[in-house]
Design a binder for this molecule. Structure first.
Ligand SMILES: O=C(O)CC1=CCC(=O)O1
Length: 263
């Protein structure tokens, strides 16, 4: 399993790349998930793109430096991985906190990215108070008390009933998340607010919402799409983890927007 060693943490990543002359597509996972959240996208798109996935620090098999983290720290992890792999430019797709990492990258490393897909995210997610409370709770009691509420935010009841294996895998990834990694991510979320800078994002951007997402409702994604220079918004059935619940339509949208149709 490949890792990139950083001074205070290691990043686990996975590349799916065959053939030559394909654009790179980098995926960034959400809070309490790992790179497997993108399995359906990687399977559908790996013939069209070279795909880089990684476990955001403190998640999956990536270790955690001591919290707190900033969005700049999380963005720098992406740039270090791209440098390590000799990837000059890429498309980027991030969900939730991953979408905030995408906004940071679009603002601070625009020359490295062609198109951005930001999913189930916002220019600001939650409030400083809500993230501070969650950090305190997780530091004191761990992640287990958050489990039921998390599944409810992530998936509709119909999908929970219909795909128990998928839910089980997501729950396992959530429970395997390190406390430092989760708390560090919450700290980055508490501080991140890109409302004032959205208009400086110039790359083509697709914002995808889950129609029933209680965390980042469609209006948040619509606001991003309207706020940037070249944005559009698509809403798909599902809650927060919309790329899993509406995988097929999500893949079609991703492929169409990035310029290549899936079969
Ligand atoms: O609260 C959740 O689990 C949803 C979420 C907020 C930020 C993120 O990455 O996931």
């Amino acid at each position: 399993m490949p890792y990139l060693e950083r001074p205070h943490h290691r990043l686990h990543y996975r590349v799916d790349a065959s053939g030559h002359d394909k654009a790179w597509l980098v995926f960034c996972n959400s809070l309490g998930t790992d790179l497997a959240m993108w399995d359906r996208q990687a399977d559908a798109l790996k013939e069209q793109f070279h795909i880089l996935r990684y476990d955001r620090r403190g998640h999956g098999l990536s270790s955690s430096p001591p919290p707190p983290f900033s969005m700049a720290d999380l963005g720098a992890d992406v740039l270090h991985l791209m440098d390590h792999l000799g990837i000059e430019r890429a498309h980027f797709c991030g969900l939730s906190i991953g979408g905030l990492v995408g906004q940071w990258l679009a603002l601070n490393a625009a020359h490295r990215f062609d198109k951005m897909v930001l999913c189930a995210t916002a220019a600001r997610i939650g409030t400083t108070q809500s993230w501070t409370e969650r950090m305190k709770a997780v530091s004191a009691l761990g992640l287990t008390p958050l489990l039921a509420g998390t599944v409810e935010r992530w998936f509709t009841p119909a999908f929970v009933a219909e795909a128990p294996d998928v839910i089980e895998a997501c729950v396992a990834a959530f429970q395997a998340t390190s406390i430092d990694g989760y708390v560090g991510g919450c700290a980055a979320l508490a501080d991140a607010d890109f409302h004032e800078s959205l208009s400086s994002i110039s790359c083509p951007l697709l914002a995808i919402s889950g129609a029933d997402d209680p965390v980042c409702p469609p209006s948040d994604l619509e606001r991003i799409a309207r706020g940037v220079a070249n944005g559009c918004h698509l809403s798909l059935p599902g809650r927060h983890i919309v790329n899993i619940e509406s995988a097929e339509r999500f893949n079609q949208a991703l492929s169409g927007f990035l310029g290549t149709e899936t079969e």
